[in-house]
Design a protein around this ligand. Structure first.
Ligand code: MN
Length: 495
């Protein structure tokens, strides 16, 4: 279930033209292969680069773009003009290209060979102007792309390409993503609503509803042996509350939670969904609001949104896939309450139950407590505190005429004091640039209370991802000034 980037590939396409003659083109092809081998060998790229034969004619360019569209595993193209490649040759190919594009503006040699440079060298190493010709046609065609500048052996160049690749992974994931919804949105809530047709047009994500009663039936299908095996795994992995241990008075509630995990997992596999939502207002046939089940499915890579929030569920799955192999967790999250001490105002993020244990700093404890709303049995949940360090909060909203994404860079911190009575998983953070500016900017932008909190991804991943899919994205970070941010909202609206 967790994301496997090994089967994905990014094609590396080097452009040229035929007038240089065979010798030069053979050298260009050899050099570009060396660039690809060097980048793959760096181990910094999350997806393998595949070297494609040099393209020196309009037909060859159009062919490779069409092949990229048709390839199930190709998630994008990196283009580089080692020599000059007249860009009218690229028009048909770029117009046809449906996969994400990065423009690597590098050159084969790093240093100027002062003593030996002659006109042969100048003819061979022309990316300084060849890439500008390519850039012009991309701009003229309004082609979204990332431009990465620098020598191909620089770590910085590799990191910029790596971030773009993770963005392309997100695009690929969204285009293959199904969200299963159990129940509708929480009644009367506005921000979790949205246009599901437009979401499928824009992102590719399919959002389908299922009867919670059918899920309840799947719980009954789970065998007692399977439930016992899962209970043993819980006992081994988590710090169990005494009442939930074997023979404890609440053990039956834990068994029900394990049954919920088995049923949910089987249901999602059957319908091919990698993200899901539920609603505490619609649990017909279920005894508990799913807690530990949702948490463990998220830890396995499933996206989740509570109260019917399919936008956040899809985003969580895409971000978990983008983060594959990186340190740090990614979870559904909600701004819950504040510490407004002027010495350092902070946000306590949590939810009723459903925070992903991939964030946990230590071993989660497994506990059972009353929920207070929903009128169901007490749900079992994992309780922990998220690790300290830099993180981002990412949210998606539907403005009616378009989707908007928001990113707030935050610094997660250790809680200042123990929280002996708080029965849910939580994260503490200081938003950048500060709580007052960040919260005001978020609210002016219409940002929701639900979001995806990630310790693994950075703003750059989301920036690249949203540019590829053509969705507005606003950043609230160290540089954000409220007056400027309000102007940006107006400019984006006009755009
Ligand atoms: Mn909520």
């Amino acid at each position: 279930m967790s994301a496997d980037l090994d089967r994905l590939e990014v094609w590396f396409v080097t452009g040229s033209q035929e007038l240089y003659g065979e010798d030069v083109l053979a050298q260009v092809a050899a050099n570009s292969r060396q660039v690809v081998d060097g980048l793959n060998g760096s181990r910094r790229l999350p997806v393998r680069l595949v070297h494609k034969p040099l393209v020196a004619t309009a037909d060859a360019i159009t062919r490779v773009c069409r092949e990229a569209n048709a390839s199930a595993n190709c998630i994008g193209l990196v283009c580089w003009m080692h020599t000059f490649s007249p860009a009218k040759m690229w028009i048909a190919g770029l117009l046809a290209l449906e996969k994400p594009l990065a423009h690597l503006h590098t050159q084969f040699n790093r240093d100027l060979p002062w003593a030996t440079i002659d006109m042969d060298f100048m003819n061979l190493n022309q990316s300084a102007h060849g890439d500008r010709e390519f850039g012009f046609i991309c701009t003229r065609l309004r082609k979204p792309r990332k431009v990465v500048v620098g020598h191909w052996r620089e770590a910085d160049v590799e990191d910029r390409l790596a971030a773009w690749m993770r963005g392309a992974v997100g695009v690929h994931e969204m285009r293959n993503l199904k969200v299963a919804r159990f129940g509708d949105n929480m009644r009367q809530v506005a921000v979790t609503e949205g246009d599901k047709v437009e979401a499928q047009v824009r992102f590719g994500v399919e959002v389908n509803g299922y009867a919670v009663g059918d899920l309840a039936a799947r719980l009954r299908d789970a065998g007692d042996t399977e439930v016992d095996r899962l209970l043993a795994e819980y006992d081994q992995r988590y710090a169990m509350a005494d009442c939930l241990r074997p023979g404890g008075p609440r053990r039956a509630a834990l068994a029900y939670a394990a049954r919920t995990e088995l049923g949910l997992r089987a249901f999602l596999e059957e319908v091919g969904a990698t993200a899901f939502t539920d609603s505490f207002q619609d649990l017909y046939g279920l005894d508990q609001l799913p807690g530990i089940a949702v948490q463990r499915l998220m830890a396995d890579g499933y996206g989740f949104g509570a109260e019917g929030d399919w936008k956040t569920a899809a985003l969580a799955r895409a971000m978990k896939t983008m983060a594959a192999g990186l340190e740090g967790g990614t979870s559904f999250m909600e701004d819950y309450t504040y510490d407004l001490d002027p010495a350092g105002p902070k946000v306590l993020g949590a939810h009723m139950l459903e925070i992903c244990p991939s964030l946990a700093a230590g071993t989660p404890s497994c506990e059972i407590h009353p929920l207070g709303i929903g009128g169901k049995d007490d749900p079992v949940r994992l309780v922990f505190t998220a690790a300290a360090g830099p993180a981002i909060n990412v949210a998606m909203l539907d403005l009616g005429d378009r989707f908007r994404m928001l990113v707030n860079e935050v610094e997660a911190v250790e809680p200042e004091q123990p929280l002996p009575k708080l029965p849910v998983a939580r994260a503490f953070w200081t938003p950048l640039p500060d709580l007052k500016t960040a919260a005001a900017a978020w609210i002016y932008a219409g940002g929701p209370h639900h979001m995806v909190f990630s310790q693994a991804l950075a703003s750059e991943h989301i920036e690249d991802f949203t540019e590829m899919i053509g969705v507005e994205c606003l950043f609230i970070d160290r540089q954000t000034q409220l007056r400027q941010f309000k102007h940006q909202l107006r400019w984006d609206g006009a755009f």
